[in-house]
Design a binder for this molecule. Structure first.
Ligand SMILES: *[C@@H]1O[C@H](CO)[C@@H](O)[C@H](O)[C@H]1NC(C)=O
Ligand SMILES: *[C@@H]1O[C@H](CO)[C@@H](O)[C@H](O)[C@H]1NC(C)=O
Ligand SMILES: *[C@@H]1O[C@H](CO)[C@@H](O)[C@H](O)[C@H]1NC(C)=O
Ligand SMILES: *[C@@H]1O[C@H](CO)[C@@H](O)[C@H](O)[C@H]1NC(C)=O
Ligand SMILES: *[C@@H]1O[C@H](CO)[C@@H](O)[C@H](O)[C@H]1NC(C)=O
Length: 630
């Protein structure tokens, strides 16, 4: 059909040309992937399992120059060199755990989870296999962290709660229905995500969080108690004592719905930190401190906590760096803690699924509807990934609205998006007094500590003018004012024109900063040929799949590290940039996202999650198991 009029000879010529191009591409891939793993990973531990012979290396970009610099005693390595090298090792170790058949997958499950897999595991495996999943049990760690506390609850009570919650998805007799509605069309999108495997699911009710903000916060002592019950129940049951039939639930009848149920919600009117502090460990600063407002001229001691989770100031422990319990200063430096747009929190644990949460929240994460649904505002259009790295501009680019919470006249200086845009505005920086000085809504880093070369020689504003293009589309103040403006923020920001996401891929560096909750563009950024620079205090379903510095560049939510990061990659005057490193992370992140963050991977994740959930809600949860492989 494609070539209707061509002679046989012409077709053969075309075939030859295609084969040649194909071989060229394969040859190139082969060459760049051909570094022995031990060299790539440097000092990798010897107890790491050897990769399977048929495993295809996923490192497509390796920069031999950086490897050389480790061996060169005269080279002064930048802290980011180490972070990237360690992350690559971590990633290689993770991939080395990949397994390829059901027996191995079930065995890995038992080793890591301390239980038999739930009934239906074989169906899950077949489904995942048919969708070309990468089988590494670690990729599901987030799921098990989320469901762990629920082992402390009574299944019967959980079923009562779930069957009365609005909104919810209902599974009966392998069919989907729903009750209530969420904002936008999330409910429909989530049902869409489940439709291919609902035929393998037991009966269940799936309560959903229809709000942007996360909802459940239980006291730390209670959480600890619940998690202990999970550990106590992990026993190797003899296969002869297991069962494989889930309970059946009463039929779904819209005319006779179960009694509606909801927890007591604690709402607006009380500062969020007061609602949340009991979720922190007793010894943590977040439990006891009170820093609702940051004085950037004289920051409190806690302001410097970011150094605790970092290598010389650059994020090393991304998970811990997000945790408000250990980052008490975030109380006055992130809208989610200052004054969220809406607030409705339960201190009681009950079944609830949502797209993102703070580390102090307890709901069960599922992939956000925005990631599954091709809305160009968040995805840039599923097909647009951007062009070649070498064609992109050496610029950090961002457009967005000043969301994040209710930014009032006396609190807006604590809001994260404003802080970020101010710190990368050359004019604003030129009005400060350099290293460790401050502006109205930010503090400047110590230039020496962070290797801010342009700062040290007094040209940081010029560097920023040259390499930054950021701006707000709407200043969103509270109470709202006319149009996109905001009288008390106008002196500091201009309103700029929007740019479609696919055009933003013309820039190398794409920062991603929390709005009212997590940022819905992140997955698209990962899949693009540009490099995401990610700052967040939120957790998402994919957190155990992504390795900071291997797949994206982590940024601390105080942004003290941003200049150092930009200069490391872009370089400055006498200091070479690490453009190849930036390209490597961008391409490895893309490649990995194409293997483990696909739409299919979201389905596979939710399928696994709902089998676990079905078991958890079942009166026989301690004996329900898949053991056919034993
Ligand atoms: C699974 O893979 C392992 C390792 O390659 C192999 O020894 C085993 O025979 C395979 N099992 C099945 C059921 O294919
Ligand atoms: C099976 O369960 C029963 C009752 O709990 C117990 O007495 C028995 O020892 C178990 N059998 C095995 C093989 O573990
Ligand atoms: C961070 O480290 C400093 C000392 O370096 C210590 O005083 C402080 O308590 C630490 N903060 C946290 C939150 O661990
Ligand atoms: C910078 O320092 C000068 C002299 O100490 C002072 O007058 C000025 O207010 C400072 N500017 C800022 C923005 O802190
Ligand atoms: C940069 O800051 C100056 C004030 O320091 C402000 O006038 C300007 O609008 C800002 N630019 C943007 C894009 O917000």
């Amino acid at each position: 059909m494609l070539l209707p009029k061509l002679s046989l000879k012409a077709r053969l010529t075309l075939l030859a040309v295609f084969s040649f191009v194909f071989l060229l591409i394969v040859g190139r891939l082969y060459r760049v992937t051909d570094y022995p793993l031990s060299i790539i990973t440097g000092d990798s531990k010897s107890d790491v399992p050897k990769p399977q012979p048929n495993e295809e290396s996923t490192i497509i970009y390796q920069d031999p120059t950086i490897l050389k610099s480790y061996d060169d005693p005269n080279a002064v390595p930048h802290p980011i060199d180490h972070l990237i090298r360690d992350a690559d090792t971590k990633w290689a170790d993770l991939r080395a755990k990949q397994v390829y058949n059901l027996t191995q997958v079930a065995e890995q499950y038992r080793q890591r989870r301390g239980r038999h897999p739930p009934p239906g595991f074989d169906k899950w495996y077949e489904f995942a296999k048919s969708k070309k999943a990468v089988f590494i049990e670690d990729l599901f760690d987030q799921l098990y962290d989320d469901v762990s506390p629920y082992w402390g609850l009574d299944p019967k009570e959980m079923r009562r709660q779930a069957s009365g919650f609005d909104p919810r998805i209902v599974v009966r007799d392998h069919k989907l229905s729903s009750v209530g509605r969420t904002g936008v069309n999330w409910l429909e999108v989530w049902m869409d995500m489940m439709k291919e495997f609902v035929k393998f699911l037991p009966d269940m009710d799936i309560p959903l969080n229809g709000m942007d903000e996360s909802r459940i916060i239980i006291p730390w002592e209670k959480l600890t108690e619940y998690r202990e019950q999970d550990f106590a129940r992990r026993k190797p049951i003899d296969p002869s004592n297991t069962t494989d039939q889930y309970m059946q639930l009463p039929a779904f009848d819209l005319e006779a719905l179960p009694e509606s149920w909801g927890p007591a919600w604690e709402g607006p009117g009380r500062p969020f930190w007061d609602i949340m502090r009991d979720a922190c460990p007793p010894e943590s600063p977040g439990r006891n401190s009170n820093i609702p407002h940051l004085d950037f001229a004289n920051p409190p001691r806690e302001f410097f906590n970011y150094r605790n989770f970092s290598k010389t100031g650059y994020v090393e422990d991304f998970e811990k760096s997000k945790d408000p319990c250990w980052r008490a200063e975030l109380q006055g430096m992130h809208g989610s803690f200052i004054e969220p747009v809406s607030l409705s929190t339960s201190h009681e644990l009950f079944p609830l699924f949502g797209g993102s949460k703070l580390t102090v929240n307890n709901e069960i994460l599922i992939p956000p509807a925005m990631y599954y649904f091709d809305n160009p505002m968040y995805s840039g259009g599923f097909k647009n990934k951007g062009g070649a790295w070498s064609k992109k501009k050496d610029t950090i680019f961002w457009r967005g609205i000043a969301s994040g919470g209710r930014a009032r006249e006396d609190t807006w200086t604590g809001y994260q998006r404003q802080r970020f845009v101010s710190m990368l505005n050359g004019t604003t920086i030129s009005k400060t007094n350099g290293s460790s000085s401050h502006g109205i809504n930010f503090r400047q880093p110590d230039y020496q500590y962070y290797n801010v070369w342009a700062g040290i020689d007094g040209t940081l504003p010029e560097f920023l003018d040259e390499h930054c293009d950021l701006g707000f589309l709407d200043l969103k103040c509270f109470p709202p004012e006319d149009g996109f403006h905001c009288s008390y923020q106008d002196p500091y920001f201009s309103i700029v024109d929007p740019m479609p996401m696919k055009e933003q891929y013309a820039y190398k560096y794409l920062p991603d900063i929390d709005g009212n909750s997590f940022s819905g563009r992140y997955r698209a950024f990962l899949l693009s040929t540009s490099l995401p620079i990610k700052a967040t205090v939120y957790k998402e379903w994919h957190d155990s799949r992504l390795i900071p510095w291997a797949h994206f560049v982590p940024l601390d939510s105080l942004y003290m590290d941003i200049y150092g990061i930009l200069q490391y990659f872009i370089g400055y005057k006498g200091h070479n940039g690490h453009d190849r490193q930036a390209e490597k992370i961008a391409m490895n992140g893309k490649r990995w996202a194409e293997e483990v963050l696909r739409l299919e991977d979201m389905e596979i994740y939710v399928f696994r999650l709902l089998l676990e959930y079905g078991r958890l809600m079942d009166d026989n949860r301690d004996t329900l198991a898949y053991v056919d492989d034993l």
